[in-house]
Design a protein around this ligand. Structure first.
Ligand SMILES: Cc1ncc(COP(=O)(O)O)c(C=O)c1O
Length: 423
């Protein structure tokens, strides 16, 4: 039985591809992030195929998952990357990314971020303010270069997602209003270090309907038509960002990229502008190809409920505490034991360190393993060492074999670079 992309039960044991999860955990311990890279590549191919009728480039949003082997297989498959900092750029380059397929986004890029991008030969900077345009132009001029930029449009489009991951409304800090874009285009001649190559947008994350993309693209085309006469060279790139929603539990569907491609084609109609389309999927390529494997630390009955206390906490997987995200939780070994209801929590000293309430699982004992599904996006990449808990190990399965992607952080590593007083 398949429970997620590339995760199945074989002989009542959870497997990642053909590899038994317990065989990996025996070597790595828990908590463990485990990704199926073959499943990630399948998702990438589906995404690419959905937009094949366009001149199209996929730039995986590195913030969703920064594991080097995952970035490596995507790079080798020809995928581009969207990076949000020079740190993410560093990772992408280590993974063998082609800088001509990299975009750098981010509302607060520093001089160092911009310099790193230009020095690496990054194709496009998605800029979000007049101040950033001046900085990009200056940094490029210092290098005798002209940076290609996409102006990030804030199209003021509502999305039906959690407010913390909605980014395309006027009140949000992201992007530029149509009016700001027009005035920047009118001043382009005063920014000799940059060329406006097109527009970008990113409406938010976990979007389940294609309609916001259609609305955003409408606004984008209008702005493009307004600014084209102001520019020396016609802009020829449209970047619609990421945000393609995935199935986190049985109650929700997912957004098929084919539906987004269809509304894009509808909105573009019979225009024949020679645009290149960029998409920046993060979650949709990796969320369901990753799980967080964790052990039951304690079973704690209380008056009206039973707590299942795991060895993974909100420092390892922040999404439930941060935006009430729910993850399906399954036993690593199926059992015939009676089903019980549990409040499933982590060991961190916060009440928000709760993964599920009243959740049905076969009766669990200390030491049993469970897997939190759909943990491949914004899991390890958002982890922290809160409560001085070392970062979890990460492993991947690729072509039938498992590999360690990151060893569990040691306590010494956790305090590296700290300086106690010599008392
Ligand atoms: C600019 C930009 N592009 C792409 C993404 C990826 O979004 P998702 O993981 O929902 O596809 C994000 C996520 O925050 C983003 O900010």
């Amino acid at each position: 039985m398949t429970v997620a992309d590339g995760f199945t039960y074989i002989d009542r044991e959870l497997h990642c591809g053909d590899v038994r999860v317990t065989d990996i955990v025996r070597e790595t311990g828990t908590p463990l992030y485990l990704y199926n890279l073959d499943a990630v590549l399948d998702r990438y191919e589906q995404h690419r195929a959905a937009f094949a009728s366009f001149s199209h480039r996929t730039c995986f949003a590195v913030k969703a998952n920064t594991a080097l082997p995952l970035l490596q297989v995507l790079a080798a498959a020809g995928c581009g990357f969207d990076v949000n900092s020079r740190g993410e750029l560093f990772r992408a380059m280590k993974a063998g990314a082609d800088p001509r397929r990299i975009t750098m986004t981010g509302v607060g890029k520093s001089r160092a971020d911009i310099a790193a991008a230009l020095d690496a030969g990054v194709a496009l900077l998605n800029v979000e303010s007049a101040s950033e345009c001046r900085l990009v132009s200056d940094v490029a001029e210092e290098r005798g270069a002209v940076a290609d930029v996409l102006l990030r449009l804030n199209p003021d489009v509502e999305t039906d997602t959690h407010p913390y991951i909605s980014t395309g409304e006027a009140a949000h800090k992201f992007g530029l209003s149509p009016g700001d874009i027009r005035s920047l285009a009118a001043q382009a001649a005063w920014l000799p270090g940059l060329r406006i190559a097109g527009l970008s947008m990113h409406l938010g994350s976990q979007i389940l309907s294609p309609l916001p993309y259609a609305h955003g693209l409408h606004v984008m085309l209008k702005v493009l038509d307004d600014i084209t006469p102001l520019l020396d060279r016609a802009p020829d790139i449209i970047d619609i960002g990421g945000g393609f929603g995935v199935r986190y539990d049985v109650c929700h569907g997912e957004l098929d990229p084919i539906k987004v491609a269809a509304v894009m084609a509808d909105v573009l109609g019979d225009r024949d502008d020679p645009w290149t389309l960029i998409t920046e999927p993060g979650r949709s390529l990796v969320a369901n190809a990753g799980v967080l494997v964790t052990a039951v630390e304690h079973v704690k009955p209380s008056e009206d409920r039973t707590f299942l206390i795991l060895d993974a906490g909100m420092n390892d997987l922040l999404r439930p505490a941060l935006y009430q995200a729910s993850h399906s939780i399954v036993p690593v070994r199926e059992s015939e034991a009676d089903v019980q209801l549990y409040d499933i929590v982590g060991p961190v000293c916060e009440s928000s360190d709760t993964f599920a309430v009243n959740y049905a699982l076969p009766s669990q004992e200390r030491g049993d393993l469970v897997a939190l599904l759909s943990a491949g996006a914004y899991g390890a990449s958002m982890a922290s060492t809160y409560n001085s808990r070392p970062l979890a190990a990460e492993a991947v399965v690729y072509k039938g074999e498992w590999h360690l992607a990151r060893e569990r952080q040691s306590l010494e590593d956790m305090i590296r670079g700290e300086f106690p007083l010599s008392l």
